[in-house]
Design a protein around this ligand. Structure first.
Ligand code: NAP
Ligand code: MG
Length: 504
């Protein structure tokens, strides 16, 4: 760890931004080349720990999206004709490029999003792991031969769509690039990607590696704002498939755009996931499962277990342990060793989370710990909030129904099983759920009853590559991280040949 990471937070960050400067790309990546936006405009990406700009990033517009889609369309035939072993090589090499530059990617990710270095490093490694997963699973693409007519050869082919538009959020910047790019390239599609305005740096840094590894036009990055760069991408007639991760309301808008051209969409949206503590559950396991994810990434995870349903019999003991665990969070400079929680990623997120701290109080929930802004030299310049636990909440409170997307836990007590299940499902979302119990039958029955795409028992949010991830209800459409994802990026063509024709 360089010396300066132990100094004053503002100086630390200025030094770190300077150190990172050679890793920073600021322009759009189109057809294998970095270039300015057509209007020549830029916007700032900000370091949320000190609220200082890191770099000026090209502000992509519709004309830039048009250029990127055109580059992707030009590359689509050749890339679509490659066979899986060739695509596997490309994906594997891209993964290796991340592995070879982990520290550079880590510093960029940490500065851009406020993630502690260890957290950022883990995610950078995860991005490489997912590209590697898709490199492997790409070999499993195959069609079928259908034996339903003895006078015919009927078979299916899985073909790429061509140009895919992908729009991603700021909470897991490079990981999201890998989640989206992996299956698209594995299946022979070309990509135009719009990273979030708050966190464009690692996508652009990966584009620099892609210059050597991925054929020109196969992967394009258009940075900019949602309305200016994202929306034109969703409306472009040559974009044949859309994939989006972000807020549910944005997901609705994207689906509407796609509906105009009957373009298929996969959506990974918001969540308000329940975690159920049963009276027989191991409370240490319950506490760590919840806190380990709720406070990870300053609570900015779509699958965070943000509603805890604790059985009355164990409520007191659970609360005691949970508050103790909450106090173990080290909130501070993400560049400082030992920090477990950095700032929220942006001013907008800070305003949103702090407003919910007031909402919770006004609704009558009790603040068991936190509830404010931390006061320290490390935190005074940035978008920091305290890890917060609200108790005595009701499931119909806004803090239990709306996605806060910060380190704010809402604890609800229960005694009647059926009523608790009804409440756990009583939300517009259905991304994930968890529970702590040692009763296998109870775990199975409860998993069946929960309306959620992922259910964890005595753990939470472990998502190794290969395990499907995605939402029920308003949490999304489609599954990522798995072989099934490849189906969403391919079209099925059935070929039926009359085999009775004699050539002679
Ligand atoms: P967001 O505001 O919906 O933005 C996501 C992306 O969409 C950004 O790149 C954004 O551009 C762009 N965008 C905004 N409006 C658009 C439009 N009209 N047309 C096309 N693109 C548009 O979401 P966020 O605040 O970045 O991310 C947080 C949300 O993501 C949370 O709700 C969280 O639950 C969800 N999330 C879900 C998952 C999952 O897998 N289910 C994972 C992570 C996060 P800008 O750069 O201008 O914002
Ligand atoms: Mg946003």
């Amino acid at each position: 760890m360089p010396e300066y990471y132990s100094g004053n937070v503002v100086d630390n960050h200025r030094d770190a931004i300077e150190e990172a400067s050679t890793a920073i790309e600021t322009d759009l990546f189109i057809g294998g080349k970095f270039r300015q936006s057509e209007g020549g405009d830029y916007f700032e990406t900000v370091d949320p720990t000190v609220k200082e700009p890191i770099a000026e990033i090209a502000r992509g517009q519709k004309t830039d999206v048009d250029a990127a889609v055109s580059a992707a369309a030009d590359a689509a035939d050749e890339w679509g004709d490659t066979v899986p072993p060739e695509r596997q090589e490309v994906l594997r090499e891209l993964a290796e490029r991340i592995e070879d530059n982990v520290e550079e990617f880590t510093l960029l990710e940490s500065l851009d999003s406020g993630k502690p270095l260890d957290v950022a490093r883990g995610e950078v490694e995860r991005a490489a792991e997912f590209l590697d997963y898709y490199a492997g699973v790409c070999r499993s693409i195959e069609g079928k031969q259908l034996p339903y007519d003895s006078d015919a050869l009927i078979y299916t082919r899985r073909e790429p769509y061509g140009v895919v538009g992908q729009i991603i959020p700021w909470n897991f910047p490079l990981v999201m690039v890998a989640y989206k790019l992996g299956p698209a390239l594995a299946t022979g599609n070309t990509v135009v990607m719009k990273p979030a305005e708050q966190t464009p740096l690692t996508a652009l840094r990966l584009a620099r590696e892609a210059q050597d590894v991925v054929p020109d036009g196969v992967f394009n990055v258009v940075t900019g704002f949602g309305e200016e760069a994202g929306q034109p991408l969703t409306e472009h007639p040559e974009v044949r498939k859309l994939a989006f991760t972000g807020e549910t309301t944005t997901g609705h808008a994207i689906m509407k755009s796609a509906a105009e051209r009957a373009v298929p969409v996969t959506l990974e949206l918001g969540g308000k996931s329940p975690f159920i503590v049963f009276p027989d559950g191991d409370l240490d396991v319950a506490v760590e499962s919840v806190a380990g994810v709720m406070y990870y990434n300053t609570g900015q995870s779509c699958d965070a277990p943000s509603r805890v349903f604790v059985h009355d019999d164990v409520r007191e003991e659970f609360m005691e342990k949970f508050i103790e665990r909450t106090h173990e969070e080290v909130v501070g400079d993400p560049l400082r060793e030992g920090t477990t929680m950095g700032p929220l990623a942006s001013e907008a997120q800070f305003d949103k989370v702090t407003s919910y701290l007031d909402v919770g109080r006004d609704e009558g929930a009790t603040v068991e710990t936190g509830g404010g802004i931390p006061e320290s030299e490390d935190t005074e310049h940035g978008y920091f909030v305290e890890p917060t636990v609200f108790a005595e909440a009701q499931n119909d409170f806004r803090i239990a129904q709306e996605e806060i997307f910060g380190p704010v836990e809402t604890v609800i007590s229960w005694s009647d099983y059926d009523e608790m299940i009804r409440q756990a499902n009583d939300t517009e979302f259905g991304l994930a759920a968890g529970m702590a119990t040692n009763d296998v039958s109870l775990a199975n029955q409860t998993a069946e009853k929960l309306e959620a795409g992922n259910v964890w028992v005595n753990k939470y949010a472990t998502l190794p590559p290969g395990t499907p991830f995605g939402g029920y209800k308003q949490s999304g459409i489609g599954r990522e991280h798995t072989r099934e994802t490849l189906l969403a990026y391919t079209r099925c063509k059935t070929v039926d040949i009359d085999t009775t024709h004699s050539p002679m």
